[in-house]
Design a protein around this ligand. Sequence first.
Ligand code: ZN
Length: 246
Amino acid sequence: MRYLILTDIHANLEALDACLADARQRGFDRTLVLGDLVGYGADPDAVIDRVQHLEPEALVRGNHDKVASGLEQAEGFNSVARSAARWTLEILTEEHRAWLAALPAGPHPVDDLVEICHGSPFDEDSYIFDELDAARALKVTTRPLCLFGHTHYPAAFELARDGLDSAGPADPPNAVQIVEGSKHLVNPGSVGQPRDGDPRAAYAIVDQTARRVELFRVKYPIWEAQAKIVKAGLPEVLAQRLAVGR
Ligand code: ZN
């Protein structure tokens, strides 16, 4: 079984389509989605259509999905995120809004090897940035590999018998081998709004048999996503940041 891993798509259809085209060439069987399908980008309905079409094996909600579907208020969101969430809530079809609001919270066990969450396995809204966050998260993971998103940074942490090891934005991981006896936390990075200084869309494929995660970056027509953001009347900073991956 090969899982396509998508997280933090953020209504960026061009980035999602580029990842899907690349992943289809590499081959995958099922899809796992780690939340934040919408918010920031101009194509929430089209992105939800695409994701529904993939018939994900598992899917958990993100904080933007909760606010943009009206499930939660935008407390804790900055003004840009808040106005994007408000815009998304207004434009979503009622069917998509209800579907988004009904997405389950993580963590969610997928099989004997993999579990998924949005932010962290102990709290869907918490961030895992550093080894301290990772150590806390690894205490509650129930599978050898826990996939997470939310930070928009590709990252990998391994709790081995002799301690905790990490690879982050300064030294982004390309692949992670799941080691017998170790516990791993891996963030593939964001499909639709990377923040690690690399503007290319990010996704991963987990090969369950080979016990291996491969992380990929894909170029996409950023200017198309930017033009739609501007045309929609969303804050222009959301268009600008796509070009620099910040
Ligand atoms: Zn996000």
